[in-house]
Ligand binder design. Structure first.
Ligand code: SF4
Length: 346
């Protein structure tokens, strides 16, 4: 059996609990975090880190509420990008069957059914490098109109967008656009070679310009070092304004992808990353996203304590497995936590 990817955290560095982090307990909104500050937060002794994160969390969010989101793949496989973690890349043989763009009515029905189960945010993912023009884009706009008409928050991830496409999505009722930075700028080239970090930042700027909220996070456990996790969090927290939604994913190791044999990540790294994200971006919704099936209920509970306030429900996250609805319901019930109502601020 492979050893878990070990954190190189050594506990609180000398003086780190007291400084250099100048931050009121309630967490003011700042986009001028230095990398040294992020480093000092991330490396705090875990009890101190979680305590600070929970304090910030309570100042901005209801501590017993979790937003449930559902993510479906509306166009699967055959993606020309080479993201090393992704079974949908055409570069790898990961057993994912290619499937063209789904029919709008079908997607809207899936969303309606999800809304009936208390899901308040519906996310649609398509394996494209760039969002297409023409008939396919019109179909996506129909889906956005339909899902938004159900009173749900609607999010898309369609690859890189032009400013005009972002404007049209906004007009159709899109609430959020997901475009992850994945990892630190330094480690990015080890994971993806078909695009550069700046391409991601340009799409994020187009999304912002159109008045759509930003969903942007990353993936842990891809062989990155602690400095890369800190680098990713620093990038996210210095976006101005912060992404309203910050998904923190744990690598799902899929056979056939280059990262299939990565050693499993120490779950406490997820807790650290979530707590750090909560402190750095107090008002954002921090989402415990992919990889939840690999976490014990106790680890998920620690993630909630660290400030995660959203999970993805449904048997699948795009193409990878996710805990079943009964499991999630039981966990939330046992913790006394409740799903967020539609359009609740927190
Ligand atoms: S993560 Fe997205 S962009 Fe990268 S290969 Fe998969 S579908 Fe394509």
């Amino acid at each position: 059996m492979q050893a878990a990817q070990k954190s190189i955290v050594r506990g609180t560095p000398e003086g780190a609990a007291q400084g250099p982090v100048q931050q009121p307990a309630t967490g003011e909104l700042r986009s001028d975090w230095t990398r040294a500050e992020v480093d000092a937060i991330y490396r705090m002794a875990l009890p101190e880190l979680v305590f600070r994160a929970q304090t910030v969390h309570r100042a901005h969010h209801a501590a017993d509420r979790v937003q449930t989101c559902q993510l479906i793949s509306i166009k699967t496989g055959g993606c020309p990008e080479d993201c090393a973690y992704c079974p949908q890349s055409a570069h790898y043989q990961a057993g994912v069957e290619r499937e063209g763009l789904l029919e709008s009515q079908h997607v809207i029905e899936v969303a309606r059914e999800a809304a009936g189960r208390g899901v308040t945010r519906f996310c649609m993912g398509a394996a494209w490098r760039d969002a297409p023009e023409g008939r396919e884009f019109e179909k996506v706009l129909d889906m956005v109109r339909g899902v938004s008409g159900l009173g749900m928050e609607v999010c898309c991830t369609l690859g890189m967008l032009t400013e005009r496409q972002a404007e049209r999505l906004k007009e159709a009722g899109l609430s959020a656009y997901n475009h992850n930075l994945d990892t630190s700028p330094e480690f990015y080239g080890s994971i993806i070679t078909t695009r550069v970090y700046d391409d991601r930042l340009k799409t994020l700027a187009a999304v912002r310009k159109a008045g759509i909220t930003v969903c942007c996070g990353g993936i842990l456990g891809m062989g990155e070092g602690e400095a890369d996790r800190i680098g990713l969090l620093h990038q996210l927290a210095t976006l101005d304004p912060h992404p309203e939604s910050v998904p923190i994913n744990m690598l799902v190791r899929v056979e056939g992808t280059p990262l299939a044999s990565m050693p499993p990540l120490d779950p406490l790294e997820m807790v650290r990353a979530i707590a750090t994200a909560r402190i750095l971006m107090p008002a954002s919704r921090v989402r415990l996203a992919a990889g939840r099936k690999q976490l014990s209920p106790e680890a998920v509970t620690l993630c909630f304590l660290a400030g995660a306030n959203s999970i993805f429900v449904g048997e699948k996250l795009l193409t990878t497995p996710n805990p079943g609805p009964d499991e999630d319901e039981l966990l939330l019930q046992s913790l006394g936590m409740k799903p967020l109502e539609p359009h609740a601020a927190n």
